[in-house]
Design a binder for this molecule. Structure first.
Ligand code: SDX
Length: 437
């Protein structure tokens, strides 16, 4: 952080003494006003529910320019990473700050590969769930349960523990997601196969059965790998902020990531891809493209709670660059599968076209986000809709870990403990029960 030569002066109309607040510049993006001394000097808090104007930390990992629709991981534009790298390279980049050279890539791939199995006891957690449990309910439980198995990597203040926990989480998420899927459909679990790439391994654990050999389809593997890259990290979003706040208490990395999984599940966040596909399915059932106008009317009706799922974003007030790449992948995958005329994809493109021309959406700068097309791609690949958010969690695990590691590694970090504006009852006396009316 570079101190700015400009400072902010806070003055009060009630004659309270004013105070100067330092301003810091980042390498790119908005400056920040340092209010850390505000309460101590004025007895006042700032007030920012939803954190629309609050920077919770300084970070070197991911930068988003919402107005330009730009997303950078460690300075590299997401478009370049999606077109030139695989997910393991992106994991290495997010964790270590630089792209790996060929030897580093080979070693990292191998290190992750040899950690893809989970303890055989994990199966007994799954058996406790109903077969129709939502995969995110299962994943919240399984990820938290990992802390019961790896006592040699639960001290979040030990950099070696954090390093091995990072590899274990990245390596085991695909295995756990595939197990939650297989459990739900009553098929046997498929063990990881070390000769396959990370993403091909995941696809095999998802779709193979012990009865015959499974040949991964390269186009679908590449599409899945791109979905992982596009979802890997995204600055201080709700689930990442959850992981940071949870981890700030010193809890173990597995518990902190389990908190991120729980937060991501929400339909306003990672659950939007599932909600978006269900929305497209509903419009399709009601008549398809002809019904879009009626649906948009419901969305604009303040009395209805209907939202255009997959649209809008707290930061992007332009097109989410990930949505553009996801739409490109849609074309590739549907083309490769001979599904160019997929009715839901056509419906999605028509809905996008209408929304982008509609004043309601234009005025509110509502553009498609990463979730708008990701569901269509996943459905084409054969991923069941309820598993979409679990796959988002699989991909985001590396981002959560990199952010947690950055926070714990910062000597200045403290346990997060926000304050409040209290608007409840002033102090009052208890009336004994016998005397209460
Ligand atoms: C993700 O933060 C991240 O980075 C998240 C994420 C990541 O990678 O981690 O990018 C992943 O979560 C993407 C977002 C997925 N969510 C959805 O697609 C759900 C639908 N979107 C909305 O719920 C909403 O857009 C949010 C939650 C994403 C953002 O909401 P904000 O920033 O709090 O904005 P808002 O709710 O204050 O909306 C501003 C206006 C309101 O209208 P007015 O009150 O001004 O009249 O826009 C309207 C909202 O009603 N609006 C929508 C809308 N989103 C906002 N109207 C219809 N459909 C929508 N989708």
């Amino acid at each position: 952080m570079t101190p700015s030569d400009v400072k902010a002066t806070l003055s009060f109309s009630d004659g309270s003494p004013s105070m100067d607040l330092p301003i810091y510049k980042g390498s790119v993006g908005p400056d920040v006003i340092d209010i850390r001394k505000l309460y101590g000097q004025t007895g006042k808090f700032t007030y920012d529910p939803g954190f629309l104007s609050t920077a919770s930390c300084n970070s070197t990992i991911t930068y988003i320019d919402g107005d330009k629709g730009e997303l950078l991981y460690r300075g590299y534009p997401i478009e370049e990473l999606a077109r030139n790298c695989d997910f393991m390279e992106v994991c290495y980049l997010l964790l270590k700050g630089e792209l790996p050279n060929p030897q580093e890539k080979k070693d990292f791939d191998r290190l992750v590969t040899v950690h893809t199995m989970v303890n055989e006891q994990m199966q007994f957690f799954l058996r406790g769930f109903r077969r129709d449990a939502h995969p995110m309910a299962v994943m919240t439980g399984l990820v938290g349960a990992l802390s019961a198995f790896y006592h040699d990597s639960t001290d979040v203040h030990n950099p070696e523990h954090r390093a091995i926990a990072a590899i274990r989480l990245i390596a085991k998420m695909p295995t756990l997601v595939a197990m939650s899927y297989k459990y739900g459909i009553g098929q046997p679990y498929i063990y990881p196969k070390n000769s396959l790439s990370y993403t091909a391994n995941f696809m095999r654990m998802m779709f193979a059965t012990p009865c015959e050999e499974y040949e991964p389809n390269d186009v679908l593997v590449r599409a899945m790998d791109r979905i992982f890259i596009l979802h890997a990290d995204h600055e201080q979003n709700a689930s990442t902020s959850t992981v940071r706040l949870c981890g700030s208490s010193g809890t173990n990395p597995f518990a902190a990531i389990a908190a991120g999984v729980a937060c991501l599940w929400g339909p306003a966040h990672g659950g939007a891809n599932e909600a978006c596909l269900n929305m497209l399915g509903d419009i399709q059932k009601q008549g398809g493209v002809e019904k879009i106008g009626e649906f948009i009317k419901q969305v604009k009706d303040k009395n209805s709670s209907v939202k255009l799922m997959g649209f809008g974003h707290r930061v992007y007030k332009n097109y989410d660059p990930r949505a553009k790449l996801m739409r490109e992948t849609c074309h590739e995958v549907l083309g490769a599968l001979g599904l160019q005329n997929d009715p839901l994809f056509k419906l999605a493109m028509e809905l996008e076209k209408i929304a982008l021309e509609d004043e309601y959406f234009v005025a509110r700068k509502l553009y498609p986000n990463v979730d708008f097309y990701s569901g269509i791609v996943q459905r084409a690949i054969g991923i069941p809709v309820p598993l979409f958010t679990a796959i988002f969690a699989l991909a985001r695990t590396v981002g959560w870990i990199a952010q947690l590691d950055e926070m714990i590694g910062d000597p200045e970090y403290k346990i997060g403990r926000p304050r409040q504006l209290f608007v409840g009852s002033k102090p009052r006396q208890v009336v004994p029960l016998a005397k209460r009316a």
